[in-house]
Design a protein around this ligand. Sequence first.
Ligand code: SF4
Length: 321
Amino acid sequence: MFEPAEPKPRLRVVLCAPRGFCAGVVRAVDIVERALQIYGAPIYVRHEIVHNRFVVDSLKSKGVVFIRELSEAPSGPQPVIFSAHGVARAVPEEAKARNLFTIDATCPLVTKVHREAQAHFKRGRRIVLIGHAEHPEVIGTMGQLPPGAVTLVSSIEEVARLAPDDGRPIAYVTQTTLSIDDTRGVVAALKARFPAIDAPPNQDICYATTNRQEAVKAAARQAEAAIVVGAANSSNSQRLREVAEREGCAAQLVADERGIDWGALANVGSLVLTAGASAPETLVERILKALHARYDVALETLTTTSESMTFPLPRELRELV
Ligand code: SF4
């Protein structure tokens, strides 16, 4: 006897816009693709070009070799590309000493923070960097200046532990992918301790981080759970998960649909879906497909702003095409 299939449970899915790739990630991936076209494989990339396994694996399949340190790159005509997160000054210096051909895929918004830190140093300022220890961007920014020139803080508690005012002017810069809300608190603590502290002319947290956090915050207010597509080592993706959680959503950060904790979605009627700045849209599509397979999905998009930012490729790649 034919048994009618159980109807799928209904699930309202609120898709955040903007989400996913930012202009800096698009540029970094384009740089590698363009270098492959021009110079052929192998192309060497120092560290993950962006923090996403899918992107890294797909570039590997085209002949990109990811290395941890420059010493792993052979001398010769093949380029070595620096990742979107930026590098300490010692890295291009080492490359120059070894006569390596390098291409810099550092996001221009990270380079802007490097320049701010260098300008503060030239003016004799004590510099505080708000960021997460060990993140490649933080290592790159601190490495723009001699050891000891920049003090890293990541919390209000660490601000309280900073050495007292030593008479030197003081300034702060930040990592580009921080939580807007957390950073506001750390900045307020810095201003309370050092009222004359010099702030960045425009905030260092980048437009993409800001827009994705605002979108997920608005969407999370209307939903019970959230899925953020992104890598566990992606700072901006982790911050999206935290923002959703603070708005009361049970949030999970997943690399792709295989990472979804379906048990956590039992009895959930509304779900936010977004993606970190290094997660390609194809992964969002795979998640949606997996959701459609289990649920009667009512899909809507919540657009909080539109983006038109683009960054040009480095001149050496533009001129050769
Ligand atoms: S998240 Fe912001 S700083 Fe980082 S690559 Fe994207 S645009 Fe650049």
